[in-house]
Design a protein around this ligand. Structure first.
Ligand SMILES: Cc1ncc(COP(=O)(O)O)c(C=O)c1O
Length: 410
């Protein structure tokens, strides 16, 4: 479809969306009749685009020249048909972030060996559940190392079952993560780097074998951060070298799509190049693992909403829609905007500046302020994009507005 200039809101509609006689299409499927039939708010995901993302990721990782593993970050999208699609990819594994995600992945046909658990602040109840599944965790506190070893001891688990990963704090703010709400560096995640040798020694003393070092840098990685990404993953590789039992270096997720006018996402190819460089000194058998969520799902999906209100006020014209931050938290919680695409006329030019409000009784439930948009009328459909990741999986039933619909098409 190409690049469109809507006032100061320049964005790229990417390879999943197109315009045709019925307006907007996702993976060749017309959105207006689908949304009218299924109702709104409705998340729509494109099967072909999701599959293409895995293929792109595989090709980029193959270029690194060492064994690799893609672990889909299930937290980004756990819709059953999407998980079935991931399963059908065969070589793609899943990273879970809670015991219930593990259980759902198992229910969708993944074997325990195809799953990892990367979660923080695990409770005794969580650990008691995880041990029954046989899934290997990436752990990030001294507290949980001790408690995990105790749970394994109690269950009589030996050998392979005592393999773990260590999650390490990246200690930098990068990508969208320059404010505490978005930052992973120096946040609640991961061992402090200076204490990694101590953590590894402690794990060893408990009879645990550290086979993986893990570092998720955060999200929204930008091209401008490529050198920092290389440097930090270089440190991660250093930890892998120092701990002789490490078989896998896990570089997490972080690849993104353009949400803000100023975004210039780190391209997949450049990411793979810097990951390859950072790990270059490691033995050829050391595997690189990654946990993409956003890259796979975000631009593969839209959220379709209906306009129910167009009202001029002193504070500007308000466009009201039938979804709010209970359906999609991006704008209200993270301050990360999405594009609004008129479903019947996706190529319409921006002609007015409006605010877009959601239907939740909270003042922060605003999708956009002072946004240049094509003219919309009550009853129109709008597609929010990129919306395939961290949309429905973060939805709540606040104000008893109910859950959004979801459908996989193509
Ligand atoms: C441990 C871990 N891995 C992977 C991801 C996926 O990241 P992204 O959606 O940026 O690819 C996240 C997201 O928060 C995460 O916390």
């Amino acid at each position: 479809m190409g690049t469109h200039d809507r006032g100061d809101d320049r964005y790229f509609l990417g390879d999943a969306l197109s315009a045709g006689p019925d307006g907007l299409y996702l993976d060749g499927v017309a959105i207006a009749p689908l949304a009218r039939a299924m109702g709104t708010p409705l998340y729509v995901y494109g099967r072909q685009t999701l599959a293409r993302r895995f293929a792109e990721m595989r090709a980029a990782l193959a270029g690194i020249g060492r064994p690799f593993e893609i672990r889909f970050a299930m937290k980004s999208n756990r819709f059953g048909p999407v998980l079935d699609l991931v399963r059908a990819e065969r070589d793609v594994k899943v990273d879970c972030c809670s015991p219930r995600e593990v259980e759902r992945a198992l229910a969708h046909g993944f074997a325990a060996e195809e799953l990892s658990l990367t979660a923080g602040m695990l409770s005794p109840r969580d650990l008691a559940t995880v041990v029954t599944t046989g899934v290997r965790p990436n752990l990030d506190t001294f507290s949980v190392l001790k408690r995990w070893a105790e749970v394994l001891d109690k269950a009589g688990v030996e050998g392979e079952g005592r393999r773990i990963g260590l999650r390490i704090n990246p200690e930098i703010a990068i990508g969208w993560g320059s404010e505490p709400k978005l930052a992973y560096g120096n946040s609640k995640f991961g061992f402090d780097q200076e204490r990694v040798p101590e953590a590894a020694a402690f794990a060893r003393s408990l009879g645990l074998t550290v086979v993986e070092v893990h570092m998720h840098l955060g999200w929204g990685l930008q091209r401008s951060g490529a050198a920092v990404v290389r440097e930090v993953f270089g440190k991660l590789a250093g930890f892998a070298r120092a701990l002789e039992t490490v078989e896998v270096v896990n570089v997490g997720g972080g690849l993104c799509w353009k949400h803000r006018a100023e975004d210039e996402p780190l391209p997949l190819s450049l990411w793979a190049e810097v990951v390859g460089e950072a790990l270059a000194e490691l033995g050829p058998g050391v595997k690189v693992a990654c946990e993409p969520g956003t890259y796979i799902t975000a631009a593969s999906g839209i959220l379709v909403v209906e306009v129910n209100t167009v009202e001029p006020r002193k504070s500007g014209t308000w466009v009201g829609v039938d979804a709010g931050h209970a359906v999609n938290v991006f704008a209200a919680h993270y301050g990360i905007p999405m594009a609004f695409i008129p479903v019947t006329d996706p190529l319409a030019e921006a002609s007015e500046v409006v605010n877009v409000g959601g239907n939740i009784n909270e003042a922060n439930d605003v999708f956009a302020r002072d946004r240049a948009m094509p003219k919309v009328a009550e009853g129109d459909l709008l597609a929010l994009w990129p919306a395939g990741g961290y949309g429905s999986s973060m939805a709540s039933d606040h104000c008893l507005r109910g859950q959004p619909g979801e459908v996989l098409v193509g």
